[in-house]
Design a binder for this molecule. Sequence first.
Ligand code: ZN
Length: 342
Amino acid sequence: MVLSRRKLLRRAAGGAATALVLGTGGAILLRGFDDDASEDSSTTLPPGLRRAALDVHVHVLGAGTWGSGCWMSASMHGSIPVKAGLWNLRLRHDQPDLDQAYIAYLRSRIQSAGFLRQVVLLAMDTIWTAGGERDLAHSQYYTPNEYVAGLARQYPEFLFGASVHPYRADALEELDRVAEAGAVLVKWIPNVHRIDLGDPRCRAFYRRMAGHKMVLLTHSGDEQAIPGVEQRYGDPRGLRAPLEEGVTVIAAHVASLGEREGRSNFDLLAEMFPRWPNLYADTSALTLFTRWRTLLRLAERTDLHSRLVHGSDFPLPPACTLFLGRMPLRSTAAGMKFWRHG
Ligand SMILES: [Zn+2]
C-alpha cells in the first residue's frame, strides 16, 4: 500500500497542481484503494507492526443479496455517491452477490494492508421515532446485528460492532442479546439516528452498557456523508451523559466537522478530555478532503494522542493528497505511520 501511495505521489508530481485544479489528476489523488489488493504490504513493515493493529470503524453495507438481511433505500442504492463508492471497491451496485463480494473485498484489503490484526465491523440500526416506532421512511440503510455477529463468528479478523437504537421498545433486551453474541461496542450516528444523547431512555441504556463493559462508538460533530441529518445531535457536549454513567466513549472523527455557537466541535470535544478519563476519539475519515485540516491540528495536539484509536471509516476512501507539499515525498511513507499508530 505504501509503495503504491508513492507511485501515486510520483504521478502527481508530474502534472501536479494544474492537473489537480483541472480535476483529472485530482481524481487519481482523491481516489483511495488504487493499489493492488492482492499485494501483501506486511513484508515492508517492521515485524512489531505486522498484523498488530485494530481498526475500530469499518462499515458493512449491503443490498440484501443472498439473504444477508441488509437494506438500502432506493434513493441511496441508485445514488451517484454509492455507485462511485462501489466502483472504487471494484463492485457494481446491481451485482447479484453484492453483499458477499463487499465482504470478500474488505477481507482482501485487510490482508493486503499488512498492519491490521482485526477490524470492528459495524451494524447500523434504522431510525426509530421518539414514540418507539421503526422509521424506515427516513432511514437510508440498515445492517442487522445478526448479520454482523455471524460474520464475526465466521472470520477471525472481524469483531462484532452492534447498533441498537435506544428508542426501541426492546432496546435493553436487544443490548443484552448483542452482548451475549459477543459485541465489543455499540455504534450510533446521533445526527442520522436522531438520538438525543441526554434522553432518559439513553441514561438507562448507558447504565446497562456500563454493566456489560461495552464501549459506545458514536459519531461526533457534523455529518455530511448521509442525507437527512439533524446536526444538533452531533454536539460533542452531549457525550457528557454516557461519560457520567461510566461508559467508555469513542467520539468518531474527533468531532472534525461543524461548530456550535461560534466554536468548532473539535475544540469543544478537545477540552473534555482532561475531565473525562473514559473519553477517547477515533481517527476515522480524517484523510477525507473535507476533514484533513483537523488531522493537521491533531498532529500538533500531542496531549491528545494517548486518547486516539485507529479507525478508517471503510468504505470511505483515504486520500494521500494531505501529505503533498507538507513533507518530502520520500517521507510520505513515514507520514502514513501516523495512521498505523493512530
Ligand atoms: Zn462511520
